[in-house]
Write a protein that binds this ligand. Structure first.
Ligand code: GAR
Length: 232
């Protein structure tokens, strides 16, 4: 872990050097694969995870291009980050559609039109339907602010505080029909301190999210490239 901490600090990725945080040691190496993977990012909120994906690409920790950021909320801050880093984005507002299915279909069409290979739900506060899940089988991943399978669904951080658990964390997992239930790719544990408020805990969880999401993307991208190689 020490090595990784130093590395993340050197690369100017904000990280609270807290030795108590824990990522599975097997998961701290970013695999090297070629060629670049084409990502589609789905976001609804502040876009801090989106920003750390961009930074990981800039720092050559992640061999990827972001084909598109798709947001469903026209006021979300992720849009400002897309503008700042010159990443193409599109607003597909769910309120403009009569049904979840129609909204999903528009999102899927956009991803397909841009030949996206791997889809990242980086704070996408919507349940995705079976069509997208099947179309991007093993190529659709989500980040969730708890140690799944604990605290699925909304407000996971508050759920952990309410249950008075001592350790929570974050999880990157494949997306399946049942919410927050797909196979786990990477997790990081974050201890809950006595004086924690929801905001202080959220900050520490998100610091870990910013580390594990790019690692998980690299891991899945590496799998995708190996599958393609095996099939040749
Ligand atoms: C992240 O903490 C992510 O785990 C959470 O939304 C936040 C988005 O932050 N996702 C969920 O709760 C999904 N169930 P960001 O917009 O700053 O990346």
């Amino acid at each position: 872990m020490k090595q990784d901490n130093r590395e993340y600090r050197e690369n100017n990725l904000s990280y609270d050097l807290n030795e108590q945080n824990l990522i599975s040691p097997l998961d701290t190496e970013s695999p090297l694969y070629e060629p670049k993977i084409r990502l589609g990012i789905l976001a609804s909120g502040n876009g801090s995870n989106f920003e750390y994906i961009i930074k990981s690409i800039q720092n050559k920790k992640l061999n990827a291009d972001i084909a598109i950021l798709i947001v469903n909320n026209p006021n979300c801050l992720a849009i400002k980050k897309a503008i700042k880093y010159k990443v193409p984005y599109v607003i597909i507002n769910h309120r403009d559609f009569d049904s979840r299915f129609e909204h999903d279909m528009m999102v899927m069409k956009k991803l397909e039109d841009l030949s996206v290979e791997l889809v990242i739900m980086a704070g996408w506060m919507r349940i995705v339907g079976e069509e997208i899940i099947n179309r991007f089988n093993n190529r659709l991943i989500n980040i969730h602010p708890s140690l799944l399978p604990s605290f699925k669904g909304i407000d996971a951080i508050q759920q952990a505080i309410d249950k008075r658990v001592k350790i929570t964390g974050c999880t990157v997992h494949y997306v399946q029909k049942e919410v927050d239930s797909g196979s786990i790719i990477i997790q990081a544990a974050v201890p809950i301190k006595e004086k924690d408020s929801k905001e202080t805990l959220k900050k520490r969880i998100q610091n870990m999210e910013h580390i594990i999401l790019p690692l998980a993307i690299a891991k899945v991208a590496n799998n995708i490239r190996n599958i393609i190689k095996d099939n040749k």
